[in-house]
Design a protein around this ligand. Structure first.
Ligand code: BG6
Length: 480
């Protein structure tokens, strides 16, 4: 692939959790893979009270890469990367150090370097940072990556869109959702559209229900301040899981250019039925209120399960079940499409075909490196005509050359540098999603407790999915 033009990347929130865990290690990984531009500089930024010297920022980056990066920060590759780092603090009334750092970086690269701003800051800080970029003139001709969640409801998303549009043209705005940069999520389009096997059955005539299931075993990981104001519905469902739903449910775009692709995705969001509170379960794990930084009477949900409907010809009557939560029994990132039963049942049930299990499923596991499985029934060897469960599987880990495999953030930062908006959310798309979520956010269902290490509040969660049930790839039937 062609490398992007020379760039100054400005990382707001450079001392924060996201930068430490994902962005700085990701940028170093891109540099190692030779995918960053020939000339690049990375300017870390944060409010003045968190200001660092260039040296301290380099130390911070080194620690981030050694803790969360794929390789140790050492050798010529690290030295070159470290050399490209500098720091410029900024407050709305005091942008001076940031301006100096950006100008210094641009001088080092020479004429023609582009600017990319990455706003890895808590959502309430977006408007102030955008205003700072506008007032200081830095925004001119630049691209901007804005983190999720984009707003907290329809009204705030609209107002944030207005704020950002006052400074940046939509063509320069990259609303990021790192799930869309995951290789296996991207592969859904290839699976559907590069094969004649799947697309003909990808609709209500053949599919009875879809699950998008992202349980996590981790808890707050020191992010109470962010999480308390966000919760599972906004942190995971209205953002990541509905974005994945957009890819699963969209109509084929004709071409893969950003315009057509995003048009089709936005049509799905527009077709989302308003999410009824009675179609949602909110849970909070026992012990959450004792976590440092959490209010003793916190009403923040750490678990959410939803039944969502896409009101169009392709998906009429097909429920999409979405589930995610913290401190659950397992970490999973799975999409399951359950297929209709054959018109007639002629075969006996052998071992491995429990009564409640359906015959065919397409399972897409998008936890890196990811796999795709097809479940079907096969004759059990022997004199009787019994069928048992069988599966075919494609595993990314065993296929292709993984040397160019990128993490979600890495792929998307690269796309933003190249100006490719295909995998980023458009203003209208995000507003349709919040509009669908409005009834749920206005009247949230009661918060139900659950024990850490379980599957969330029972039996409510299982009842939500009835007559279907939450599917785990190794356990095709809940009774197993
Ligand atoms: C983040 C959420 O966007 O995604 C976290 O804020 C969540 O709460 C994380 O844990 C999951 O992403 P990944 O890529 O680590 O599975």
């Amino acid at each position: 692939m062609t490398r992007p033009d020379d760039h100054v990347i400005v990382l707001f929130g450079a001392t924060g959790d996201l930068a430490r865990r994902k962005l700085i290690p990701g940028l170093f990984n891109l540099a190692r893979a030779g995918l960053l531009p020939d000339g690049y500089r990375i300017v870390g930024s944060a409010p003045t009270r968190f200001a660092l010297t260039d040296g301290a920022f380099r130390e911070h980056a080194r620690a981030a890469v050694s803790t969360f990066g794929p390789t140790v920060p050492a050798g010529p590759e690290w030295n070159a990367f470290e050399e490209a780092l500098s720091f410029g603090a900024a407050d709305p009334s005091q942008p001076g150090p940031l301006l100096d750092a950006v100008r210094g970086a641009e001088r080092a690269l020479g004429r023609g370097a582009r600017r990319l701003f990455h706003l890895a800051v808590p959502p309430p800080a977006f408007p102030a940072v955008v205003a700072l970029l506008g007032d200081s003139g830095l925004a001119q001709g630049s691209n901007v990556i804005i983190e999720k969640p984009f707003g907290v409801d329809l009204e705030s998303a609209r107002s944030l869109n207005e704020t950002v549009h006052a400074v940046f043209d939509e063509s320069r705005i990259f609303r990021i959702d790192h799930f869309l940069g995951k290789e296996s999520v991207d592969n859904i389009l290839a699976l559907r559209l590069a094969n004649s096997l799947f697309e003909p059955i990808w609709n209500r005539d053949h599919i009875t229900h879809v699950q998008i299931d992202v349980p996590e075993t981790i808890g707050l990981e020191g992010r109470a301040q962010f999480y308390e104001g966000t919760g599972a519905v906004r942190d995971m469902i209205v953002t990541h899981l509905i974005q994945v739903l957009g890819i699963v449910a969209m109509d084929p775009p004709g071409t893969l250019d950003a315009h057509r692709l995003r048009d089709e995705k936005v049509k799905v969001f527009e077709a989302l039925r308003p999410i009824r509170p009675s179609h949602a379960i909110r849970g909070q794990y026992e012990g959450y209120r004792q976590e440092p930084g959490v209010a003793p009477d916190s009403q923040t949900e750490t678990f959410a399960a939803l039944r969502v409907e896409v009101d169009n010809w392709r998906w009429a009557g097909v429920p999409f079940y979405l589930r995610s939560g913290k401190r659950l029994a397992e970490h999973r990132e799975t999409i399951t499409l359950g297929l209709r039963e054959p018109a007639m049942s002629m075969f006996g049930t052998g071992p491995g075909r429990p009564e409640r299990s359906i015959a065919n499923r397409i399972v897409i596991d998008f936890a890196d490196p990811g796999w795709i499985g097809l479940e079907f029934l096969a004759k059990v060897p022997g004199p009787t005509m019994n069928v048992g469960r069988a599966r075919m599987e494609f595993r990314y880990g065993d296929s292709f050359c993984r040397s160019h495999g990128l993490q979600g953030y890495e792929r998307l930062i690269l796309d933003a540098m190249s100006g490719d908006q295909s995998l980023f959310t458009r203003a209208d798309g995000i507003e349709y999603i919040w509009a669908a979520g409005a009834p749920l956010l206005a009247t949230p269902p009661p918060l139900l407790p659950y024990a850490p290490g379980t599957w969330g509040p029972q039996p409510a969660v299982d009842q939500l999915a009835a007559p279907h049930y939450w599917y785990l790839p190794e356990r095709s039937d809940p009774s197993e």
